[in-house]
Design a protein around this ligand. Structure first.
Ligand code: HOZ
Length: 426
């Protein structure tokens, strides 16, 4: 049994002063059991805990570390920026530079506003959509998670699904009333909602490839359908690409599926893993934001110089090495299929979803295409698998309902080690 004495002590200490010992609920390992290892270092595809145990990491800070931990040019950029001052709450040159780089990769955006988290990005995008349309209702999809803003904590994925919380205490019925949570990948449900709430729906917000109920790709034609119905209805289509942006391809899911949403939200990948989010879209929408327009949104740390520098270094690296995406595709396929083959041999019911380097093994035999099918997974079997993998030095997200991520730093050796560990753990 791996020794995690120091992690245990650190968790006990944290639990005395931080609710549940964690600053974000999924980290608590509640759904898989056991105590979380306390991470003290990361390098490439590997992380180390306080007891000196080394793991192959498939969380990658929940997606953004596509180049692996402590990537040299990102570290250098942050160090250099830090020497010049960590925060000014004033204009800095790197903001426009990163905005130009983001817009170049996402042609659906004429303008982008940086914030400090994905939650802020989606919350602000929804405010903007409501202001633009003058409508109240929003459509989101069951099992999708767009951060923890009040109106979005309705049938959400991620930690909410993991902990089996239907919504959240403290969210007023009045705030949740205007959120229509529909099943993902079901066109009819969307058509019915538009028929029932004619001219009342401000926006449809969707993770174009869902990562927060595990990885669930859109059915063929589904995103095209969302684009077309929102266009017909004068409703703003928001792609939440906090996970998929610069991940499933350089231009995100919208490049992969060739759809132009009205607004896009992005997350920490554009900050090289530092706390950054962004929302962007056509100028006609974005120019409604203060100080140009009446939609207020602000933040002292927005466009923070360290985060901008890290993001620029990351995007430069990705842009100048497009082969990274081919390598990620091949290695992720090898890993996902290798584990599936092992499960088949052992007679374990396992199904997988994968888009590029985002993937999930669901502990069930059936196909997973929405929340109801994802929820049929055997979460207990996943928990056992998770523990057994951790014992074999493989760090997976501590929830059946979170995607796993491969980085460009994962080697063939890491993959073989992971397949071997999975074969023994299944
Ligand atoms: N699925 C979440 C990120 N989109 C996990 C991270 C967290 O909640 O801490």
């Amino acid at each position: 049994m791996t020794q995690r004495k120091k992690s245990k002590e650190l968790h006990e200490r944290a639990s005395r002063v931080i609710p549940g010992g964690v600053d974000s609920p999924v980290r608590a390992f509640k759904s898989v059991g056991g105590d979380p290892p306390y991470i003290v270092r990361g390098m490439g595809a590997h992380i180390w805990d306080a007891d000196g145990n080394e793991y192959v990491d498939y969380v990658g800070s929940w997606g953004p570390l596509i180049l692996g931990h402590a990537f040299p040019s990102v570290v250098e950029a942050v160090e250099k920026a830090n020497r010049d001052g960590a925060s000014f709450g004033a204009c800095t040159p790197a903001e426009a530079e990163l905005a130009e780089a983001v817009i170049e990769a996402f042609p659906s955006m004429n303008k982008v506003r940086f914030v400090s988290s994905g939650t802020e990005a989606t919350m602000s995008a929804i405010r903007l959509a409501r202001a633009f349309t003058g409508r109240k209702y929003i459509i989101k999809f069951e099992g999708c998670y767009h951060g923890h803003a009040d109106s979005l904590l309705v049938k959400a994925g991620s930690g909410v699904a993991t902990l089996g919380i239907p919504g959240s205490a403290g969210v007023l019925d009045e705030q949740a009333r205007f959120t229509l949570a529909l099943p993902f990948n079901h066109e009819q449900a969307v058509e019915e909602a538009f028929a029932k709430f004619k001219n009342e729906i401000a926006c449809v917000i969707v993770e174009p490839v869902v990562g927060n109920m595990g990885c669930v790709p859109p059915r063929k034609g589904y995103l095209e359908f969302l684009r077309s119905i929102t266009q017909q209805q004068g409703t703003v289509l928001i792609f939440d690409e906090v996970m998929t942006g610069f991940r499933v391809s350089f231009g995100g899911a919208q490049e992969m599926y060739k759809i132009k949403p009205d607004l896009t939200t992005l997350g920490k990948i554009i900050g090289g893993g530092l706390p950054v989010g962004a929302y962007g879209g056509r100028a006609e929408l974005m120019d409604m934001i203060a100080p140009l327009g009446p939609v207020y949104q602000a933040g002292t740390l927005s466009g923070n110089p360290l985060a901008m520098a890290a993001g620029l270094a990351m995007l430069r690296e990705l842009k100048s090495h497009p082969q990274i995406y081919r390598q990620l595709e091949q290695r992720s396929a090898a890993l996902v299929d290798g584990v599936l083959a092992a499960a088949k041999k052992k007679g374990v019911a396992l199904t997988s979803n994968r888009v590029g380097s985002m993937f999930t093994w669901f502990f069930q035999a059936g196909a997973v295409h929405d929340w109801d099918t994802a929820a049929k997974s055997d979460a207990q079997a996943f928990g056992k698998f998770h523990n057994a993998m951790l014992e074999r030095d493989i760090y997976l997200p501590p929830s059946q309902y979170e995607a796993m991520f491969m980085s460009a730093a994962h080697t063939e050796n890491d993959i073989q080690q992971t397949i071997a560990a999975a074969t023994a753990s299944l």
